[in-house]
Structure formats: C-alpha cells, structure tokens
Design a protein around this ligand. Structure first.
Ligand SMILES: [Zn+2]
Length: 605
C-alpha cells in the first residue's frame, strides 16, 4: 500500500484508540490519581516513572524522557515508523485505511520502490553470477562449508564478480541512474569526482530481507584477500535498510518463531543457514554483532523466549552477556545454548545432525545458570579474589533482571557454588546493586542516535507553566493571544511552542492536544511538552493565574515586565556606548520612556 493516510483518518483512528487501552494492552497500568502509572517499557527502573494521562491522551516517562501521543507509543514500543503505527492502530480499531495523494509521500514511496527493484534485480544477477565461470571460487567455498544447493537457492546466495565496475556497468545497461544505485548502497562514489565503483567485489553475497521477504540490503563475505580486508562488507544505511532494525533470517523463520514462541539467535549467516537446513527453523541472526534494543523489541513481537547460541569462543560468550540487557529490557526470557566441544552451530550440525542440535537447544539452561557456571569455570572459586569476582558479576547481571524472586534464587545458588553462607553473598549483592551501573552496561552497544535521550535546557517555571496552562485550557487561548507577545518568553523551545499554539488559534487549525503534540517534529520540544503535561500543577483557575485579578498581577504581566527590564537594560548599554551619536541617544531615550510607560500596567482591559 503506497501513499499517505489522510489527517481525517488519522484523527478517526486516534479517537478510536484510547491511550490507556492501547498502552494497557502492552504493559500493566496502575491507576494513580487522574493518571496511570507503570514501570517504563523504554528503560529499566525499579519504581514506576512512566505516566499515561487519559485526559490529555499522552504518555510521559520522567525517567528517560520518552513521551508523546498514542501513535508515538506504538512507534517506540514496536519499533515502527509513523505510518506503520497508524496501520497497526487502524487494524486494532478496524478502520480501513484509504490512500491519499500527497506528492511528497508518493515520491518517497516511489524512491523506495525503485531501490527495492534495484535490489531484487542485482540479487538475481548475483545469483546467476554464482553459476558462471567467475563464480568458481564462490562455489568452491560453499562446497568446503558444505552449504547445499537447496540452501543456496532458498537463501538466494550469490556472487559479486571480482571487478570495480561490474555493478556500475550493469546499472547503466539497465538504465538505472548512478546516483540512485549509489543511494542503494551498491556503488560508491569516488571522492571529488562523479565516477562510481562497485562496493561489493569478489564476495559471496547474502541478501538481507525485510519481514515481507523483500531484498533490502546485502552482506558480502570475503573469499580471498589479505588480513586488511574486512571479512564482511554490509550495505550502508539506506532509505530501505537500517541495520539496527534488521534481523537476518526473520523473513524465513517468523512463522516458526510464532509457533514455538522461541527464537534461537545465532551469530552469523552461515550458522543460521546451517540451523535452518538442519530443521531448527525458528532461528535468527542480528545483523552484525551488535544486538540492539530495537532487535529485541522486534523479536518480542514473535517470541516470548530467546535462546542465544553464540560461538563458544570468548568473543561469542561476551556477546551473549552483552545481549542480555536488550533482551531482558524487552521482556524476553533468555537461555544460553553452549554447543559441545567449543564448536559453532554450523560445524556441530555438519557432524551430528540437526536433531542433536535441536536437543542442545532444548536443554539450554537459563541465562543465570549458564552465567554462574561460566564465572565459576573462568575464575578460581577457591581464592578470595575469584569468589569476589564471581559474586560481584552475578550481582551485576541479576540487577538487570529486576526481580527479587530471581535475585534470591540465584543468590542461594551462588552461595552454594562458592561454599559460603547465603548471608555473606546477600550482603555482597546488596553492596553491588547499590553501587550503580555495572561495567557490563558500559560495554553495551550504544542505542541508535534516534534512541538517544533528547535533553533541553530547563525552562524558567513561569514560562513552562504558561505553556502548560495554555495547552490544557483551550478556552483561555483567545484571551492570551490578545495580550501576549511571544518575545516576552526567554526559553527558545517554550517560545516556539507557544507561538505555534497561538498560530493554530489565529488560523483556526487547532487539531486537539494529542494530535498537535504528534505533529511536532522536534523531539526535545515533544519531550518538554509531555513532561510539562504529565506534571501536576494544582492550578484551578488558569485565567486568574495568567491574566491576574484586580488585586494581583498575573504571570503574563510579570513576564512582560521582566522583558521590559531587559530591554531597558539593553538600551542603557547602548546609550552609554561612546559610539552612540547624540541623535541616536535621543531616539533611544524616547524608546526607553515608551517601554517604561508599559511597566506595571495591568493586562486586563
Ligand atoms: Zn522511561
């Protein structure tokens, strides 16, 4: 489905998607006064700072700052883009989506369609190249790794010829614009020229597909070359490919994931293919080694449990530990499969068959059991130093579980392994858990830029209160619009937000609070506003607070007077400047007198 959904339909969907119902469908909400509270699904915490405010149809977390309307929540929670979130909620509300004719959207869609077409066609070309003369080296490699022809076909493995301009020439012959093929990430522009060369040269090509089975990128494995050449070259980020969101193999395995509710996560493409061909089809691989919170959230849509099956070497085991954060954070249960004799899944299956591997998966212990065993195996549990390391590391990992029952269970197990009393371990755990973020957390892969927290300088209280009251009380907007000059506001984000609110009033385009917040494209502004709206202020009469009464000036008047003072101070500085001419001086003085006459004047007509 291409194109845009009309504003009307989006509003209709919003009306049908009460934020408490929608959020409550994902996480348990507890009523707290006029709002609802929960442990934040976007960051780990022990006491709830995640708020849903039904009267305003918004959510906000005071811990991590995430906030917005119902569409934003679904986007964040499910890792979707806006239009996908609209679709999700439309399905839930059983509202059919019509297609609109917005030119900008159509253009983006058209670009994506073309990029998909280019990917599909080059994929076919590389599949063909694998069977041509130049592909011998790739066929030899596949034979050596015992990858069957069925697997080659099923996963559409291909070969990118050893050449600098094979793709360049192919694109030209097909009539694809070089800039477009560059945007697809298949060719690279030579710096300072408009000439291009192939990104993938002499490599075994694994197409990466989206959940709809469309080719959106490639991973190319080296077949020969020196140490300096990267073993894998992947597609760069493109309008259709974002590696933090793509899970290799999900297009093939999603049905099995849903059926078994379990996702076996292995490290690389070849491991995955071996598992899949060996009959373990509920298998995925993160794209690259970093396992992002986004990956975990996507998996959670299909499975309840994850079995990590990383290489037995240290790097693989560390990757398992690092993935824990993201996985537990998404609410998945984690087990770890250790393939016997230090083999990787590919080798193991080749030697012992798929059933034996399925058995390894079945018997995989829970993460904390596995971790405790690993710590005991890699540290000397008979020395004090070893015992401290083991106890400390367990405490760090268990802090991530955020569940007292689990902590207590493994505290006992740790004590037993170390041959010390559980009270001693408990005391040590307590110290550790208070000590704050564990080193493991620092090692953890950074979230993608869009997931990083947005911050903004704190606005002065009267200004944020003004914004808050303005957004909550539509009926006072006309009065405020009649007297307020936005330049009185010193905080840039508040000023812009107030301006936009007043503009919507002047143009009679106010779409309602939640829709308006949803329309703001600046993340810091969104965060500031949802934070303000989720903060109780106890103001009963907004009009009196802002505009004042006969006996007391309102906060707008105070803002104006403060502004007048700052203007006068600026004028004074200019007047005392020796560069200022006599004539200018007179002019400035008049201006100053004018300003002064305002000060203290009531805003009530
Ligand atoms: Zn949060």
């Amino acid at each position: 489905m291409a194109g845009l959904v009309s504003e009307n339909t989006i509003e209709q969907i919003r009306q049908a998607s009460d934020i408490v119902d929608v959020v409550g469908g994902y996480i348990p909400l507890k009523k707290a006064g006029t709002s609802f509270r929960a442990l934040c699904p976007f960051h780990r915490e022990k006491s709830p700072s995640f708020n849903v405010v039904p009267s305003k149809q918004i959510f906000h977390c005071f811990g991590c700052g995430k906030g917005g309307d119902v569409f934003r929540f679904v986007q964040e929670y499910e890792g979707l883009n806006f239009i996908e979130a609209v679709r999700r909620l439309a399905e839930r509300a059983r509202i059919p989506l019509e297609v609109d004719n917005d030119p900008a959207r159509q253009q983006t869609r058209a670009l994506k369609d073309t990029l998909l077409l280019i990917h599909e066609q080059i994929c076919q070309r590389w599949q063909a190249a694998l069977n041509q003369e130049g592909g011998q080296i790739a066929r030899d490699y596949l034979e050596k790794r015992a990858v069957s022809l069925d697997a080659v076909q099923l996963f559409r493995i291909g070969y990118a010829p050893e050449s600098w301009d094979d793709t360049v020439n192919w694109a030209r012959s097909k009539g694809f614009d070089a800039a477009l093929v560059e945007q697809a990430g298949l060719v690279v522009r030579k710096e300072g020229t408009d000439r291009h060369y192939d990104r993938f040269r002499g490599r075994l090509m694994f197409p990466i597909c989206d959940e709809q089975d469309r080719v959106i990128g490639f991973s190319g494995r080296i077949l020969q070359g020196d140490e300096k050449t990267a073993k894998y070259v992947n597609s760069p980020e493109t309008p259709i490919f974002s590696k933090g969101r793509v899970i290799f193999g999900l297009n093939k395995s999603k049905r099995a994931l849903l059926d078994t509710k379990t996702a076996v996560v292995c490290e690389g493409q070849l491991d995955l293919i071996a598992c899949f061909m060996g009959g373990v089809t509920n298998v995925v691989a993160p794209q690259g080694t970093a396992f992002t919170p986004e990956h975990a959230r996507i998996l959670k849509r299909y499975a309840e449990e994850v079995v990590l099956c990383f290489d037995a070497d240290n790097a693989g085991q560390n990757a398992a530990v690092r993935a824990l954060d993201a996985l537990l954070g998404a609410g998945l249960t984690v087990r770890v499969a250790s393939v016997p004799n230090g083999k990787d899944p590919d080798e193991f299956i080749k030697q012992n068959g798929g059933e034996a591997f399925a058995d390894v998966i079945k018997r995989a212990p829970g993460f904390f059991d596995w971790y405790l065993d690993r710590l005991v195996a890699t540290n000397d549990a008979n020395s004090d130093k070893g015992r401290v390391t083991i106890s400390r590391s367990m405490a760090e990992a268990l802090a991530k579980a955020g569940n007292d029952v689990v902590v207590d269970k493994y505290l006992q197990k740790t004590a037993l392994k170390l041959g010390v009393s559980s009270d001693a371990v408990r005391a040590d755990f307590k110290k550790q858990m208070k000590a704050g973020p564990a080193p493991m957390e620092e090692e953890y892969d950074m979230p993608s830029p869009e997931e990083e927290q947005v911050s903004y300088p704190k606005p002065p209280p009267p200004e944020i209160t003004l914004l808050q009251l303005l957004l909550e009380n539509d009926d006072i907007v006309p009065q405020v619009a009649g007297v307020l000059a936005p330049e009185w506001l010193t905080h840039e984000l508040v000023r812009t937000a107030v301006e936009r609110r007043l503009e919507a009033h002047h143009n009679a385009t106010w779409p309602g609070l939640a829709a308006w917040i949803g329309s703001l494209d600046d993340a810091a502004t969104q965060r500031m506003i949802t934070e303000a709206l989720a903060t109780p202020h106890g103001v009963a009469d907004a009009s009196t607070v802002l505009l004042g009464s006969s006996s007391k000036p309102g906060s707008l008047q105070l803002l104006r007077d403060k502004w007048v003072d700052s203007q006068i101070a600026a004028l004074n500085r200019r007047m005392t400047d020796p560069e200022t001419s006599m004539e200018d001086g007179h002019h400035l003085q008049r201006h100053k007198d004018e300003l002064r006459s305002f000060k203290g004047k009531s805003l009530i007509p």
